[in-house]
Design a protein around this ligand. Structure first.
Ligand code: ATP
Length: 252
């Protein structure tokens, strides 16, 4: 069974899985602007208004340097706007302390980057347990069970006690997806999640993300240069020079 089939047929849906039925958007940006100060200030994004609803698979596209990663980091509360705000579950976040933002990130947002960023000295299961450990809600055994469940769902049951360097690139990225799901966040933010994978692994990871949206009701926001992939998502946000724009008919 392929990883995507495994994920699609999974019954694993641990505590805190998205059963909440709030009607409003999960993530909102209002007038979001980020300017790096300096002798020559650099505008990363400007005047972005958007809403991400529950169960949406949204692509962020645009030319290189158009602000895609910057926008994702702002939506993920990894960076703070110069003006404007990000709301999570309808609640403003701009007055939160860094500790409160960190906790909101841990419980609400899962991150997948182009490179897996797994810690090489830890096993696969231990890597997936890291965000759970930081949230501090579960016992060691419960965290381990949760991690093994998530990894099994992604077709990695036989690899839980291996080190990352014993896995293929595609398998490592699937571990990164499991780690992003560790605290059952309703939103996954992915920065070119398939950007460093071969086409087969890339398709597997895409199918896993698609499945998280379709069958688990997650919202996935993914930066991508792959327009075919973007076309298979539900909606596309296109950036030009840090602003939202209509996507071109063809090409980036
Ligand atoms: N710390 C920084 N200092 C100076 N310029 C920066 C910094 N971070 C980003 N930039 C610039 O801001 C712009 C937006 O960067 P960003 O990485 O968000 O774009 P991107 O669309 O994700 O690009 P790519 O597709 O190449 O990854 C780029 O011109 C980038 O060079």
């Amino acid at each position: 069974m392929s990883a995507s089939e495994t994920a699609a047929t999974s019954t694993h849906d641990g505590p805190g899985a998205t059963t909440e039925a709030e009607a409003g958007p999960l993530i909102e940006a209002r007038g979001l602007t980020r300017i790096l100060p300096g002798l020559v200030p650099v505008t990363l994004v400007r005047d972005i208004d958007l809403e991400i609803k529950r169960g949406e698979f949204v692509a962020i596209t645009g030319p290189s340097g158009s602000g895609k990663s910057s926008l994702l980091y702002l939506l993920g509360l990894l960076d703070t706007p110069t003006s404007g705000e990000v709301l999570v579950n309808g609640k403003p976040t701009h007055l939160h302390s860094e500790a409160k933002r960190a906790r909101l990130r841990l419980s609400t947002l899962g991150f997948v980057f182009q490179f897996h960023f797994l810690l090489p000295e830890f096993t696969v299961a231990e890597n997936v347990m890291i965000p759970m450990r930081k949230l501090g809600k579960l016992s060691h055994d419960a965290m381990r069970d949760e991690a093994v469940g998530l990894l099994s769902d992604l077709g990695l049951a036989d690899h839980v006690d291996k080190r990352p360097d014993q896995l293929s690139g595609g398998q490592r990225q699937r571990v990164a997806v499991a780690r992003a799901l560790a605290n059952q966040p309703p939103v996954i933010l992915a920065d070119e999640p398939t950007g460093s994978l071969d086409s087969k692994s890339s398709e597997q990871v895409f199918e896993i993300l698609r499945d998280l949206v379709d069958r688990r009701g997650k919202s996935v926001i993914a930066v991508t240069h792959d327009l075919d992939m973007a076309a298979r998502m539900d909606r596309r946000l296109h950036l030009i020079d840090g602003r939202l724009a209509d996507p071109p008919a063809e090409g980036v």
